[in-house]
Design a protein around this ligand. Structure first.
Ligand code: NAD
Ligand code: ISE
Length: 338
C-alpha cells in the first residue's frame, strides 16, 4: 500500500521532507502541498508530481490525502493538527506540537476523544543511531542507575531574528525530548545560568546559556546551549551512572594525518548531522501507517511535555529562578493512569 501524504508548509524543512518521502522512503507518495506562499508551494510540489491546494483545511479534507505532514510555522501547528484529528487522519507535526501548553492540551483532549493515537511529533533524535545505542546501554543497566547527564548543543551561528527564548523553545527542545526518552524519566524543574556572553552574537541575545534540569528520579542534567560557537554544529551527550558512563558517538569521519597534524571533520549544520535520523523517522512513520497501526514515535503527550518544560525554561531565564514544570496527569492513551 502506498501512503498518500499531504504537506502543509513548503519552506526549508517541508521541502526537505518532500524530497525524503519522494526519493528515500519507500511506500509513500506526496500527493498534495499547500503554503501561504503559493509560488513556494508550486516549487515544492512540482518535483514530487503533487498538486497544490489552497490551504490546510482543503488539504486535510482531500480524498487523495491519507496522512498529513505539518511543516508550517510553529504558531500554526495546533490548528492543522486539530483539523487532522477531526478528520480522523494521521498527522506528523514538526516540533513544536504547539507553542502553548493550552493548545497542546486541546490536541491531547481531541486525540483522547478519538480513542487512538493519530499524532506523531518530529523529535528526530530518538531515531539517531548513537542515541539509540545509548538507550540500549542504559535500559540494559550497562552503567547502573543514571545520576548525571552532561550535554552540549552548539550551532555555528544564528540569524538576528533568533531570540534568547529560542535557545529553549527552538534549540534545547531537542534535548528535552531525547533526555526524557533516554532516561525514561520526567523533568521536574529547570534553571538557567548565563556565563559571559560571546562577542560573536547579536547584542540582544543571551548566548551561551547553561540549562540545569532535575528529573523526578533526581538525575541532574546540565546542558550548554551555544548558538554562535563558530566552529561547527556539535551535539554532545554523556550519561554518568553508578557503574560507568555512556557517551554519544561523534559522527564518523576519516582521520587525516598530515604536516604534523591529525584532524577529523566537524559538521556544520543539523541537516547533515541528523540526515539518517530523519530518514529512519519517516521510514518508521510510513511503515506504521502502511500496517494500519498507531504511530510509535513521540506522541502528543511528549509534544505537550516539551512545550511545558521549554516554556518553564524561558521563565527561568527571565526570572533567574528555579522553575518547577507543572505537567497535568498523563492520560491512559499515553501510558499514564489519568
Ligand atoms: P520556513 O519558514 O522555512 O518554512 C515554513 C513554511 O510554512 C513557509 O513557507 C511559510 O510560508 C509556510 N506557512 C506558514 N504558515 C502556514 C500555514 N498556516 N499554512 C501553510 N503554510 C504556512 O521554516 P522551517 O525552517 O521549514 O521550519 C518549519 C517548522 O519545522 C518549524 O516548526 C520548525 O521549528 C521545524 N523545524 C524542525 C527541525 C528539526 O530539527 N526537527 C529543524 C528545522 C525546523
Ligand atoms: C533548529 O530549529 C533545529 O531544530 C535544529 O535541530 C537545532 O539544532 C537548531 O538550534 C534549531 O534552531
Amino acid at each position: 500500500m502506498t501512503v498518500r501524504v499531504g504537506v502543509i508548509g513548503a519552506g526549508w524543512i517541508g521541502k526537505e521532507h518532500i524530497r525524503r518521502l519522494t526519493h528515500t522512503v519507500t511506500g509513500a507518495r506526496v500527493t498534495a502541498v499547500t503554503d501561504i506562499d503559493a509560488a513556494r508551494a508550486e516549487e515544492a510540489a512540482a518535483p514530487a508530481g503533487a498538486r497544490v491546494l489552497p490551504d490546510g483545511a482543503a488539504l486535510i479534507a482531500a480524498d487523495d490525502v491519507d496522512a498529513v505532514l505539518v511543516t508550517s510555522w510553529g504558531p500554526t501547528h495546533a490548528e492543522h493538527v486539530l483539523n487532522a484529528i477531526a478528520a480522523g487522519k494521521p498527522v506528523f507535526c514538526e516540533k513544536p506540537l504547539a507553542t502553548t501548553a493550552e493548545d497542546c492540551l486541546k490536541i491531547i483532549e481531541a486525540e483522547t476523544a478519538h480513542g487512538r493515537r493519530l499524532v506523531q511529533v518530529g523529535f528526530m533524535r530518538r531515531y539517531d543511531a548513537g542515541y539509540r545505542q545509548m538507550k540500549q546501554v542504559i535500559d540494559a543497566g550497562g552503567i547502573g542507575e543514571p545520576l548525571i547527564v552532561h550535554c552540549a548543543h552548539r550551532n555555528p551561528t544564528v540569524p538576528e531574528s533568533y531570540t534568547s527564548a529560542m535557545a529553549a523553545l527552538d534549540t534545547a527542545v531537542h534535548e528535552v525530548d531525547v533526555l526524557r526518552w533516554l532516561l525514561d524519566d520526567e523533568i521536574v524543574s529547570t534553571q538557567v545560568v548565563t556565563p559571559r556572553a560571546t562577542s560573536k552574537r547579536f547584542a540582544h541575545l543571551k548566548d551561551p546559556q547553561i540549562m540545569l534540569f532535575e528529573t523526578a528520579k533526581g538525575v541532574r542534567i546540565d546542558l550548554e546551549v551555544f548558538v554562535n560557537c563558530q566552529y561547527g554544529y556539535d551535539i554532545q551527550c554523556e550519561a554518568v551512572g553508578e557503574e560507568g558512563l555512556v557517551r554519544l558517538p561523534d559522527p564518523s569521519s576519516v582521520a587525516v594525518r598530515t604536516a604534523g597534524q591529525h584532524s577529523t571533520t566537524v559538521l556544520t549544520d543539523w541537516v547533515g548531522r541528523f540526515a539518517d535520523a530523519f530518514d529512519t523517522e519517516f521510514r518508521e512513520w510510513i511503515a506504521n501507517l502502511a500496517a494500519g497501526t498507531e504511530p510509535t514515535g513521540p506522541s502528543a503527550w511528549d509534544g505537550y511535555a516539551a512545550t511545558v518544560i521549554t516554556s518553564a525554561t524561558v521563565e527561568a531565564l527571565e526570572s533567574g529562578r528555579v522553575v518547577a514544570t507543572d505537567l497535568k496527569p498523563r492520560p491512559t492513551l499515553y501510558g499514564g493512569t489519568a
